[in-house]
Design a protein around this ligand. Sequence first.
Ligand SMILES: [Zn+2]
Length: 151
Amino acid sequence: MSAYRAPGVSQPEIYDRLRAAGYRLTTPRRVLVDLLCAADGPLCAEQVHAQVGATGMNLSTVYRNLNRFVDLGWLERMPGLEGQRRYRVRTGGPVAQVLCLDCGRSRPLATSLAPLQEAAAGLGFCPESLQVTLSAHCDHGCDALAQVKAG
Ligand SMILES: [Zn+2]
Protein backbone atom coordinates (compact mmCIF):
# COMPACT_ATOMS: atom_id res chain seq x y z
CA MET A 1 0.00 0.00 0.00
CA SER A 2 1.20 3.47 -0.77
CA ALA A 3 1.40 5.82 2.19
CA TYR A 4 1.30 8.80 -0.13
CA ARG A 5 -1.77 10.94 0.11
CA ALA A 6 -1.32 14.69 -0.03
CA PRO A 7 -4.55 16.44 0.90
CA GLY A 8 -6.53 18.20 -1.80
CA VAL A 9 -8.17 21.46 -0.80
CA SER A 10 -11.55 23.00 -1.57
CA GLN A 11 -12.17 26.70 -2.11
CA PRO A 12 -13.83 27.20 1.32
CA GLU A 13 -10.84 25.45 2.93
CA ILE A 14 -8.53 27.83 1.10
CA TYR A 15 -10.43 30.83 2.50
CA ASP A 16 -10.27 29.26 5.98
CA ARG A 17 -6.52 28.74 5.69
CA LEU A 18 -5.99 32.33 4.62
CA ARG A 19 -8.07 33.66 7.52
CA ALA A 20 -6.34 31.33 10.00
CA ALA A 21 -2.97 32.61 8.78
CA GLY A 22 -4.12 36.17 9.41
CA TYR A 23 -4.68 37.25 5.82
CA ARG A 24 -7.56 39.56 5.11
CA LEU A 25 -9.73 38.38 2.25
CA THR A 26 -9.43 41.51 0.17
CA THR A 27 -11.20 41.65 -3.17
CA PRO A 28 -7.96 41.26 -5.18
CA ARG A 29 -6.97 38.26 -3.07
CA ARG A 30 -10.40 36.68 -3.58
CA VAL A 31 -10.09 37.26 -7.33
CA LEU A 32 -6.70 35.57 -7.23
CA VAL A 33 -8.03 32.54 -5.33
CA ASP A 34 -11.07 32.27 -7.59
CA LEU A 35 -8.89 32.42 -10.70
CA LEU A 36 -6.50 29.73 -9.44
CA CYS A 37 -9.39 27.47 -8.42
CA ALA A 38 -11.08 27.86 -11.82
CA ALA A 39 -7.94 27.33 -13.92
CA ASP A 40 -7.92 24.15 -15.98
CA GLY A 41 -4.13 23.89 -15.94
CA PRO A 42 -1.07 25.37 -14.24
CA LEU A 43 -0.55 29.12 -14.73
CA CYS A 44 2.62 31.21 -14.55
CA ALA A 45 2.62 34.48 -12.58
CA GLU A 46 2.44 36.56 -15.79
CA GLN A 47 -0.67 34.70 -16.94
CA VAL A 48 -2.24 35.21 -13.52
CA HIS A 49 -1.32 38.89 -13.57
CA ALA A 50 -2.81 39.34 -17.05
CA GLN A 51 -6.13 38.09 -15.71
CA VAL A 52 -6.21 39.99 -12.41
CA GLY A 53 -4.61 43.22 -13.63
CA ALA A 54 -7.99 44.94 -13.66
CA THR A 55 -8.04 44.74 -9.84
CA GLY A 56 -4.97 46.98 -9.74
CA MET A 57 -2.72 44.19 -8.44
CA ASN A 58 0.78 44.56 -9.82
CA LEU A 59 3.05 41.69 -10.84
CA SER A 60 5.21 41.74 -7.72
CA THR A 61 2.09 41.52 -5.55
CA VAL A 62 0.92 38.57 -7.62
CA TYR A 63 4.28 36.85 -7.04
CA ARG A 64 4.20 37.61 -3.33
CA ASN A 65 0.70 36.17 -2.97
CA LEU A 66 1.52 33.06 -5.02
CA ASN A 67 4.53 32.37 -2.80
CA ARG A 68 2.41 32.86 0.33
CA PHE A 69 -0.19 30.47 -1.03
CA VAL A 70 2.51 27.87 -1.65
CA ASP A 71 3.74 28.35 1.94
CA LEU A 72 0.17 27.82 3.16
CA GLY A 73 0.16 24.44 1.44
CA TRP A 74 -2.78 24.71 -0.95
CA LEU A 75 -0.94 25.87 -4.05
CA GLU A 76 1.90 23.97 -5.67
CA ARG A 77 4.65 24.99 -8.04
CA MET A 78 5.31 23.11 -11.23
CA PRO A 79 8.19 23.54 -13.65
CA GLY A 80 7.56 25.30 -16.94
CA LEU A 81 9.72 26.38 -19.86
CA GLU A 82 13.25 27.64 -19.14
CA GLY A 83 12.98 27.52 -15.38
CA GLN A 84 9.63 29.31 -15.35
CA ARG A 85 7.45 28.47 -12.38
CA ARG A 86 3.80 27.67 -12.82
CA TYR A 87 1.18 27.29 -10.14
CA ARG A 88 -1.84 25.11 -9.58
CA VAL A 89 -4.14 24.27 -6.73
CA ARG A 90 -3.11 21.08 -4.98
CA THR A 91 -5.50 18.36 -6.03
CA GLY A 92 -4.61 15.66 -3.55
CA GLY A 93 -2.74 13.26 -5.79
CA PRO A 94 0.57 12.87 -7.56
CA VAL A 95 1.00 14.95 -10.69
CA ALA A 96 2.55 13.87 -13.96
CA GLN A 97 2.79 16.10 -17.01
CA VAL A 98 4.50 16.25 -20.37
CA LEU A 99 5.95 19.67 -21.26
CA CYS A 100 6.88 20.84 -24.77
CA LEU A 101 10.35 22.41 -24.77
CA ASP A 102 9.47 24.47 -27.84
CA CYS A 103 6.14 26.09 -27.01
CA GLY A 104 5.69 25.40 -23.28
CA ARG A 105 2.40 23.59 -23.82
CA SER A 106 1.76 20.94 -21.20
CA ARG A 107 -0.68 18.08 -20.83
CA PRO A 108 -1.46 15.90 -17.83
CA LEU A 109 -0.21 12.33 -18.17
CA ALA A 110 -2.63 9.57 -17.25
CA THR A 111 -0.14 7.16 -15.75
CA SER A 112 0.50 5.49 -12.44
CA LEU A 113 3.29 6.95 -10.34
CA ALA A 114 2.98 4.17 -7.77
CA PRO A 115 6.31 2.53 -8.79
CA LEU A 116 8.16 5.79 -8.04
CA GLN A 117 6.47 6.09 -4.65
CA GLU A 118 7.22 2.46 -3.87
CA ALA A 119 10.86 2.91 -4.88
CA ALA A 120 11.14 5.89 -2.50
CA ALA A 121 9.42 3.96 0.28
CA GLY A 122 11.84 1.09 -0.33
CA LEU A 123 14.69 3.48 0.45
CA GLY A 124 13.03 4.46 3.71
CA PHE A 125 11.40 7.70 2.53
CA CYS A 126 7.79 8.61 3.21
CA PRO A 127 6.66 10.47 0.07
CA GLU A 128 5.18 13.89 0.79
CA SER A 129 4.36 15.11 -2.70
CA LEU A 130 5.18 13.85 -6.15
CA GLN A 131 5.48 15.76 -9.41
CA VAL A 132 6.90 14.34 -12.61
CA THR A 133 7.55 16.51 -15.66
CA LEU A 134 8.56 14.77 -18.87
CA SER A 135 10.32 17.23 -21.19
CA ALA A 136 9.43 16.61 -24.81
CA HIS A 137 8.77 18.13 -28.22
CA CYS A 138 5.13 18.28 -29.21
CA ASP A 139 3.87 17.25 -32.61
CA HIS A 140 1.20 19.96 -32.64
CA GLY A 141 3.13 22.11 -35.10
CA CYS A 142 3.71 24.68 -32.39
CA ASP A 143 4.81 28.21 -33.35
CA ALA A 144 8.36 27.95 -31.98
CA LEU A 145 9.00 24.75 -33.88
CA ALA A 146 7.52 26.17 -37.09
CA GLN A 147 9.94 29.12 -36.85
CA VAL A 148 12.91 26.80 -36.39
CA LYS A 149 11.91 24.80 -39.45
CA ALA A 150 11.29 27.95 -41.52
CA GLY A 151 14.63 29.48 -40.47
ZN1 LIG B 1 5.19 22.56 -28.79
